[in-house]
Design a binder for this molecule. Structure first.
Ligand code: KDG
Ligand code: MG
Length: 404
């Protein structure tokens, strides 16, 4: 079998998604997600100009060799653009291989290690009462665990809570410049424990509660927050410090028993080396889409398993249903699965990407369709062209740009 076509499809059914479609001489097709929120077109160029021409004529069964040649052969290793492009190729090849075998992808990854995949959903509110309503809505949808994010008194616009739709997803600002939001770490550190207190008072001790600090704290601030949240037994504290400094997590780890989750902006296993070998975290959070695909993420999970660290694949609304499908196959197969983030997509997005995976009673299942189980409606995709959109930036009261 040979690859005869490699096409990149950009569509915006409410937000931008980049998809690679590979076609073989036997008529099999494979899809891979290459969406990099706010930098989509850089990956489109990487794929179209530098990767697609190299794929034509290759045997699609040679997934490991293709991965290694794209990673090592480029000379310029790592980075989100490169790794999102490689991820799309990797997942499209797995899709083809599984279709050729007539099996859902999870069967090729060792088969199911569980019956279904547990998830957490997002609850957001501009203030605590609004957040409590949002938690109620997620519980009514069946979510067994909830990430709680709240606006902060004194701050006008805080990421993910200022403008959300009825599913709790941040409303996308499709405009040519990033929205500017405010930030005040002291106000945040005072407020978050009161949020946990209110949610525990309303929903009891058993509901698993997660919280995302979006990389905004210094190590000592993160240590303080971890300690302050301990009475409320969080399921995890996510991305408490900027992720590139792995050593920062040593201080946090020494200071608190609050479980830590890190990695949604990581691209390779090297970003995790210290965190995993020193057992500084409890969950690895990379997305299939940003980590080079199923091939390296599976290796990361096996590495993490030696240190009792579990998987928690990044699954916000900017991972397309193609990336989500690949994640759910992996979730079902790996032994050290922890939890899957799942925001779901709009009905229009689910029409553009018809998928076999299902969400019911708070759990996902990849379905039994051969491959990853996603069909791209290219006509509908073309009817919703790319629209420039950026993640917001945040600034302190004096105007200084703050960490994500
Ligand atoms: O593109 C950025 C989003 O995917 C990110 O902000 C979402 O932090 C996030 C999460 O945990 O889902
Ligand atoms: Mg996050």
């Amino acid at each position: 079998m040979k690859i005869v076509d490699a096409k990149v499809v950009v569509t915006s059914p409410g937000r931008n998604f980049v998809t690679l479609k590979l076609t073989t001489d036997e008529g099999l097709t494979g899809l891979g997600d290459a969406t990099l929120n706010g930098r989509e077109l850089a990956v489109v160029s990487y794929l179209t100009d530098h990767v697609a021409p190299l794929l034509i004529g290759l045997d699609p069964h040679r997934i490991e060799d293709t991965w290694q040649s794209l990673y090592r052969g480029a000379y310029w290793r790592r980075g989100p653009v490169t790794m999102a492009a490689i991820a799309a190729v990797d997942v499209a090849l797995w899709d083809i291989k599984a279709k050729a075998a007539g099996l859902p992808l999870y069967q090729l990854l060792g088969g199911a290690s569980r019956e279904r995949v547990g998830t957490y959903g997002h609850a957001n509110g501009r203030d605590i009462p609004e957040l409590l309503d949002s938690v109620r809505a997620r519980l009514a949808e069946g979510y067994p665990a909830v990430r709680i994010q709240s606006g902060i008194p004194g701050l006008k616009a805080v990421y993910g809570v200022s403008d959300t739709d009825e599913t709790g997803a941040p409303v996308l600002h499709q405009q040519a410049r990033p929205l500017v939001e405010d930030w005040d770490t002291a106000a945040y550190l005072r407020h978050v424990p009161t949020v946990f207190e209110a949610v525990r008072a309303e929903f009891g001790a058993e509901l698993p509660l997660l919280h995302d600090s979006h990389h905004r704290l210094t190590p000592v601030q993160a240590a303080r927050l971890g300690k302050d949240l301990e009475p409320y037994r969080p399921f995890w504290l996510e991305d408490c410090t900027p992720a590139e400094n792995q050593e920062a997590l040593r201080l946090v780890r020494r200071s608190t028993t609050t479980p830590l989750a890190v990695g949604e902006v990581f691209n390779t296993v090297y970003d995790y080396q210290t965190l995993v070998t020193e057992q500084l975290i409890d969950y690895v959070r990379s997305a299939v889409t940003h980590f080079g695909g199923v091939t390296p993420l599976r290796k990361l999970f096996d590495f993490a398993a030696q240190y009792q660290i579990k998987s928690a694949i990044h699954g916000p609304e900017d991972i397309s249903p193609v990336g989500m499908a690949a994640a759910v196959h992996l979730d079902l197969a790996v032994h050290n699965f922890g939890i899957q983030e799942y925001s779901g997509h709009t009905p229009l997005t689910d029409e553009v990407f018809r998928h076999a995976y299902t969400f019911s009673d708070g759990h996902l299942h990849p379905g039994e369709a051969p491959g990853i189980g996603v069909e791209l409606d290219e006509e509908l995709a073309a009817a919703h062209p790319y629209a420039a959109a950026y993640l917001p930036v945040n600034r302190l009261h004096d105007g200084t740009v703050h960490d994500w």
